[in-house]
Design a binder for this molecule. Sequence first.
Ligand SMILES: *Cc1c(COP(=O)(O)O)cnc(C)c1O
Ligand SMILES: [Zn+2]
Length: 398
Amino acid sequence: MPAKSAVLGSDKFSFFVELECSGCRVTYSSDQIHTFCPECQSPLLARYDLRSVREHLDRDEIMVRPRGMWRWHELLPVKDPQHVVFLGEGDTALLRLPNLEEELGTSNLYVKDESSNPTGSFKARGLAAAVSKAKELGIKKVIIPTAGNAGGAMAAYAARAGIQALIYMPKDTPRANIEESRMAGAEVVLVDGLISDAAGMVGVKASAEGWFDLSTFKEPYRTEGKKVMGYELAEHFNWELPDVIIYPTGGGTGLVGMWKAFAELEELGWLKNTKRPRMVAVQAEGCAPVVKAFASGAAFCDFWMNASTIASGLRVPKSFADALILEDLRESHGTAVAVSDDDILKAQKELGRAEGVFSAPEGAATLVAYKKLLAQKWIIPGERVVLFNTGSGLKYLD
Ligand SMILES: *Cc1c(COP(=O)(O)O)cnc(C)c1O
Ligand SMILES: [Zn+2]
């Protein structure tokens, strides 16, 4: 152990203290099973004793720990290390994109390449946190509606945790997602409809048979896993944050999670300054509820009818955390952009040919948005911009 921790050290694995409703601010115990706020139906967010973390933990100590998401365990919800279910998630590469920079006449363009996570997408981070916490709370069976990657990730972590897994996915979900879920021993139900239809069936099944629902934001911990992407960015840029983050937004766990992470880092006094990134939500033209609500100044999203896009992770007609997503975009002075499937496919090829990154369509969508915002001068060449490639293109092959 480094000398510093001997001085500052605390035996506490986590400084998680309570859950707080993002809508009405009512608080809930961190030791009982909770879903979302029964008072106002808003998502719950985990709160930590950041004052104690500040006293007991130095950011430099985290930097020398073994790689992976759990080196931030003081700021994650699992209280006993034996409940951590780890498959290697986190500490993905942050790659500069020099060839695209040259082509586009810009610089300081990066991609956070989440494709190297277990199960090939950043869903691993969220489900690692949620399944670990479910294990700690004694939950024996978990259920999820999914556009694909969340199901595959849940199946893998549930298998390792010894928890039973049941997954509802649209029948046109990429085949890799179906296979990886079954391979991990999960039961898969293929639904003739969208993720919102799958979610309806999950709700019924969960309450009838006592399955714990791991739907996006209907439990508090997936966003805790995803927030670590924000910590990793801060660390990478030497405790300053980038100017702009472009995030392909479905349920919005990563966007909300990273914005929360930045607030936590600031409260910990770990950031060099108070400058926060402008957050950009990217959606597909065939399913853009956040873009529409952002443009109209609305506080919530309307349900998007007949959602359709090749970027299956973005085929979310209405996020359960729509209010939070819109709030965070506005607070960050960010924006929301819709892109076409044609442009996504072109950008996927560009990322591959120029930089050797075989991105998920959702990841390629961020490059399309970057180019649009550069053309609109919303982004100035040279601003430090991070695109999120949220998964591997390999998962979308038939
Ligand atoms: C789920 C998913 C998204 C959307 O992520 P949210 O956090 O739900 O907004 C983006 N890309 C991929 C590859 C996904 O699987
Ligand atoms: Zn509430």
